[in-house]
Design a protein around this ligand. Structure first.
Ligand code: FES
Length: 147
């Protein structure tokens, strides 16, 4: 590995830091479905203005058993949807790539706006696995909740 002088090292780190914080900011929410189990609305995830029409964003929180869960919120012209980010094949966490959710384990692809299967694992037909599961999503007074 080439040696970096102090100036080049700081420039390298400076280039990495903003993208790291942007990625983390997009993925963090801290909601808890367990704490919100008795709430009618469910767990608060983010403000409504965070998801524009045509956008999908990933939020991390706790499920009803206290385990980590990733939820993908997507807004279309007609609806707002909340998908469980756990792949229905063998449970890996899918990754958001533009309008698609891609599983890093065996390559399944899901539509971010519906959770429908686009491509099954290892290139198999889409009817070989189930769509991503959904949470009930509610918008009230400019806030988004899931249950
Ligand atoms: S676990 Fe997602 S494709 Fe296998």
């Amino acid at each position: 590995m080439p040696k970096l002088d102090r100036r080049h090292f700081l420039a390298f780190v400076g280039a990495l830091v903003p993208s790291f914080f942007l990625a983390k900011a997009e993925a963090f929410s801290g909601f808890s479905l367990k704490k919100a189990a008795n709430s009618e609305l469910g767990a608060y995830v983010t403000k409504s203005s965070a998801i524009k029409v045509g956008q999908s964003r990933v939020y991390t929180g706790k499920d009803s058993a206290g385990g980590t869960v990733e939820v993908i919120l997507s807004r279309t012209k007609k609806s707002l949807i909340a998908l469980n980010g756990r792949c229905t094949h063998q449970g890996c966490i899918v990754e958001l790539k533009k309008a698609a959710l891609v599983c890093p384990c065996h390559g399944s692809v899901f539509q971010a706006s519906t959770g429908a299967v686009v491509l099954g694992p290892n290139g198999s037909p889409k009817n070989t696995i189930s769509p991503l599961s959904k949470y009930r999503v509610t918008e009230k007074l400019g806030k988004i909740y899931i249950k």
